[in-house]
Design a binder for this molecule. Structure first.
Ligand code: ADP
Ligand code: MG
Ligand code: MG
Length: 250
């Protein structure tokens, strides 16, 4: 069983005025088979947590540890993190002009597996994943994220999730900018990934809407760089009714 363990994580971000402390001691353990939702108001540090796990250079870890199956994630390069089985879908995916979706997916798969995928099964897998996300076959010839609609960006990330099949997936606001049909398609993709078993999901979201389609085992409320409350799915329902006000004004 794979386990991502975050202990007392403290992170500062580089700003023009110098480093600014954002994460103030985050503890979180995600075991294979578990779906965790992190919910919280804007600016509470949810994306900072995702970027820190991803190894973004702007985010300086000033304390604490992150391990995947005991291995020190923070000591790994971004590539090594992916090879170790971490997948990060960012809130604002970057454009990669001149690199087609097909090439991008193949390069990512090759980097993670350490060898190129067998062509025949690979093409079939890619087409299958595209089809399940209701993306046209011509999509694979487009430049990564260039001119993609919000929905296409998120569907493309779930195509990656399906093909790369990581141990732990961190999905940052995978629901933002999706209409109800796209939200269902994206959620079904995440659920297929979860149903394989022994897969961990950290689902970061501001809204409770996606949690009608993806059922979290644990809900963590993130406020001002810390987990302010934790519970089961009922906590999401409570947040839907009450919002974040009582945490923010506490
Ligand atoms: P959330 O995802 O919960 O909305 P973020 O992690 O994006 O929160 O941001 C948390 C805080 O850190 C905010 O106050 C934000 O302005 C600040 N912050 C995050 N990234 C940067 C950055 N690259 N430069 C300056 N400030 C940042
Ligand atoms: Mg935000
Ligand atoms: Mg964010």
């Amino acid at each position: 069983m794979s386990t991502l363990e975050i202990k007392n994580l403290q992170v500062s971000v580089d700003t023009e005025d110098g480093p600014k402390e954002i994460l103030k001691g985050v503890d979180l353990t995600i075991r294979g088979g578990e779906t965790h939702a992190i919910m919280g108001p804007n600016g509470s540090g949810k994306s900072t947590l995702a970027y820190s796990i991803a190894g973004h250079p702007k985010y300086q870890v000033t304390g604490g540890t992150v391990t995947l199956d005991g291995a020190d994630v923070l000591a790994m390069t971004v590539d090594e993190r992916a090879r170790a089985g971490l997948f990060l879908a960012m809130q604002y995916p970057v454009e990669v002009p001149g690199v087609s979706v097909a090439n991008f997916l193949r390069t990512a798969k090759t980097a993670i597996d350490g060898e190129a995928p067998k062509l025949r099964t690979w093409v079939k897998d890619v087409n299958g994943a595209m089809e399940q996300m209701k993306l046209d076959a011509s999509f694979s010839q487009r430049s990564v994220n260039e001119g993609f609609s919000g929905g296409e960006k998120k569907r493309h990330e779930i195509v990656q999730l399906e093909l790369l099949n990581p141990k732990v997936a961190v999905l940052d606001e995978t629901d933002s900018g999706l209409d109800i049909d796209a939200l269902k398609i994206v959620s079904e993709g995440v659920n297929r990934y979860v149903e394989q078993g022994d897969r961990g999901v950290l689902l970061i979201t501001h809204y409770t809407r996606i949690l009608r389609y993806i059922k979290p085992d644990f809900v963590h409320v993130f406020v001002d760089g810390r987990i302010a409350e934790e519970g089961g799915p009922e906590l999401a329902e409570q947040l839907e009714a009450e919002g974040y006000e009582r945490y923010v004004n506490a």
